[in-house]
Design a protein around this ligand. Structure first.
Ligand code: ADP
Ligand code: 5GP
Length: 394
């Protein structure tokens, strides 16, 4: 297993990490300085499985700040190490955890976090779990109500059940007759959904035709964790939010052949009362104008004859995958050496014994909070015994 540690790794300058045990609350914590602030990340108390806590100490005002914390939080009891990366995020490496759950990023000043600070008007930090290797780009499909998005997506999922997975959105609208909870949507109420939005559980959300709709982080991760390509059926506002986020996706807008045909399809579907039909048609006009002028879309596809449109959709998705470079480099100091981590052995994970080192190559990171940071290359290397404990940035 592993390779010999290259000379440059052992000779490189190493930042020793502050990992302290807080005996009062029986938990490990690290503190990482960034600008005038110190980010304190505290693991769960022993015996508990509550999520990791984050507080910020402002060195100027000499006071503690409790930030808004977005994204799914790691849970760990065995301690962790932390180091600031790229001057915008803290790499957290959990001890005593499985390899697919040991690398986490706490974003403190990424573009996403800067944007969210304006939205919330508070200090914001955002968690993102690190994932080894690449995952296929999600596909965002938008278009006016009744244009045929659902029909096209269903065909794709039926023809390629192991390739594509549907991101099941949340909505406050009532289920239609043939819709089931957890399959077509997660049906919820406004109070619960608004609280979940405040808790940072959503990648995006929007008020559409008088109801709230949103894509939870979990909905996308359930699909991508199953190694399927995620399909999102969301409105133009949602597509705009995803475009502005760190998610690297392909954006497709489906147009009707004419407004009259759209109205015909919407009425023929028979799922909406007249008032809703009128509202959806009014909104369709605005959506079509926006998509055609300055919308966030990479491609517009006309759904006239269904089979023809479906073939074009498949071609378009395939060509986008080929045209996309696998990596998008974001990090300058891109090699990280981790040496104090003991991983639980599991037949599906690489075993890294306590004398071994883990080399993380983060030169090709994709994505980020809220969600997953992908494209990490993980390479176990054997230590020659002289290495430090903690994380070294090479
Ligand atoms: P959306 O998901 O965009 O709201 P649907 O997929 O529910 O739209 O389609 C609305 C209606 O139009 C459905 O009854 C569907 O069978 C029909 N439809 C979809 N595509 C076509 C097409 N190319 N030609 C004719 N009818 C279509
Ligand atoms: P419907 O009520 O017909 O199922 O959906 C109405 C609209 O809501 C459609 O345009 C659909 O794309 C959009 N929508 C569905 N789920 C989401 C979501 O999670 N986020 C956003 N922004 N729009 C959604």
């Amino acid at each position: 297993m592993g390779e010999e540690v290259p000379e440059y790794i052992l000779n490189s300058s190493v930042e020793k990490l502050s990992v302290a045990y807080d005996s009062e609350s029986a938990a490990y914590q690290t503190s990482t300085n960034f600008g005038n602030k110190m980010y304190v990340v505290k693991g769960s108390e022993y015996g508990g499985n509550s999520p990791t806590n984050v507080k910020i100490f402002d060195n100027i005002t000499r006071s503690w700040i409790i930030p808004t914390v977005l994204g799914m939080k790691p849970i760990h009891v065995g301690g962790h190490s932390a180091v600031l990366l790229n001057k915008d995020r803290i790499l957290i490496v959990k001890r005593d955890s499985e390899l697919d759950d040991c690398i986490w990023f706490l974003e403190v000043d990424t573009p996403f976090v800067k944007e969210q600070k304006k939205v919330f008007g508070t200090e914001v930090v955002a968690w993102s779990k690190g994932v080894a290797g690449n995952a296929p780009k999600p596909i965002v499909i938008s278009g006016p109500s009744g244009v045929g998005k659902g029909t096209l997506i269903n065909k794709l999922m039926k023809e390629f059940p192991s390739t594509y997975g549907f991101s099941v959105s949340h909505t406050t609208r009532a289920p239609r007759e043939k819709e089931s909870d957890g399959v077509h949507y997660h049906f919820t109420d406004r109070i619960t959904m608004e609280q979940d939005i405040r808790d940072g559980k959503f990648l995006e959300f929007a008020s559409v035709h008088g109801n709230l709709y949103g894509t939870s982080i979990e909905a996308v991760e359930v699909v991508t964790d199953s190694r399927k390509r995620c399909i999102l059926d969301i409105d133009v506002q949602g597509a705009r939010s995803v475009r502005a986020s760190s998610i690297d996706a392909i954006f497709i807008f489906i147009c009707p052949p004419s407004f009259e045909e759209l109205e015909k399809r919407l009425r023929a579907r028979g799922t909406e009362v007249e008032e809703q039909i009128q509202k959806r048609l009014r909104n369709a006009k605005a959506e079509l104008d926006e998509a055609k002028s300055h919308g966030p879309f990479d491609h517009l596809l006309v759904n006239d004859e269904l089979e023809f449109c479906y073939d074009n959709l498949k071609k378009l998705i395939a060509s986008d995958e080929l045209a996309t470079p696998l990596h998008r480099s974001t990090m300058k100091n891109s090699k990280i050496l981790v040496s104090d981590v003991e991983f639980k052995t599991d037949k599906t994970f690489l075993h890294c014994g306590d004398k071994d080192l883990l080399l993380l190559d983060i030169s090709s990171l994709k994505g980020g909070a809220p969600g997953r940071t992908r494209g990490i290359n993980v390479c176990p290397v054997e230590s020659s015994g002289g290495c430090v404990n903690g994380i070294a940035q090479l």
